[in-house]
Design a protein around this ligand. Sequence first.
Ligand code: ATP
Ligand code: RIB
Length: 312
Amino acid sequence: MIFVLGSINNDITLEVGRIPKKGETLSADGCFMGLGGKGANQAVAIAKLAGEGEKKPAVKLIGHVGKDAVGAELIRKLNDYGVDTEFVRQVNRATGTAIVTVTPKDNRIIVYGGANAGITKSDVDEALEHATEADTLLCQLETPLYIVAYALRKARSLGMTTILNPAPAKALPDDMYYNVDIIVPNETETLILTGINPQDSDSRRAAMIKFHMQGVPYVVLTLGDKGVSLSDGTHITDHIPARKVAVTDTTGAGDTFVGALALTYPHIGMYSFREACAFANIAASISVMRHGASDSIPTAEEVYAHYVHEVI
Ligand code: ATP
Ligand code: RIB
């Protein structure tokens, strides 16, 4: 079982040729709404990439949405994708909302946390009541930091595998690192957490060693269109290059990567750490070719088609 503690947002995406200047109003070329939020996206990635069959690990999302039509619709979408929403509660706060502006060059996101900010320790306790050492907890930082710290501590005490995607970046208490088995920051998050800008192989190595020294055994740095670097403390791979693809919208690329890694490394025994990162790198590269966050995540078959030709 994989438990994902995290945010659930209604993403409102505007596609524009460029960012408006101060005081300027621009017409958007496209507008669409979809299921977003780092927790929801990562849970959907796990569900979609797990495929079908008896051995499919269940993914349970722990989160809050508003007691409103938007919240109900997001829960419906999560269920449609195969995410178990037993521990998603509808509460008396507005559903989390993200305004995503996508230009041909990049994206910019403003998030209103809303219901996501109200997740409690008892939500975590209830969800993890029957968790065992065979299970995984995956967290990001769009829910309150003290709840994430509590959940990681609790998961560690239960012997679970713990994965942290420290996004969006914020300074972490030192003792939090000791409860994390795998950390997956992007370049900005790496800079904020380690003080090292991971722009060449020496700096990436130094940043990964710094995470190890803080107590994290496995480190994966996502490097956008440059791919990923990884270290298990003994072997450092710098780096697995990103695939060359036609980019439409990178929103959720990091979430696709993290979900794919959380699924393949601890749960599908046939993958080594490096192979799991290669699988996740392909999954994320497919997601950037499509619009949206959760909607852009590929299926296992789509990733395998490339994995078989490009990795094995
Ligand atoms: P986002 O916030 O856009 O979801 P992120 O900043 O968390 O992403 P990135 O490091 O930008 O994470 O990207 C995650 C992974 O997605 C990369 O390691 C890579 O595998 C894939 N990826 C991102 N951008 C591209 C791209 N332009 N081409 C191919 N793959 C990409
Ligand atoms: O990582 C992408 C996500 O960040 C978007 O879906 C948006 O909701 C924000 O949380």
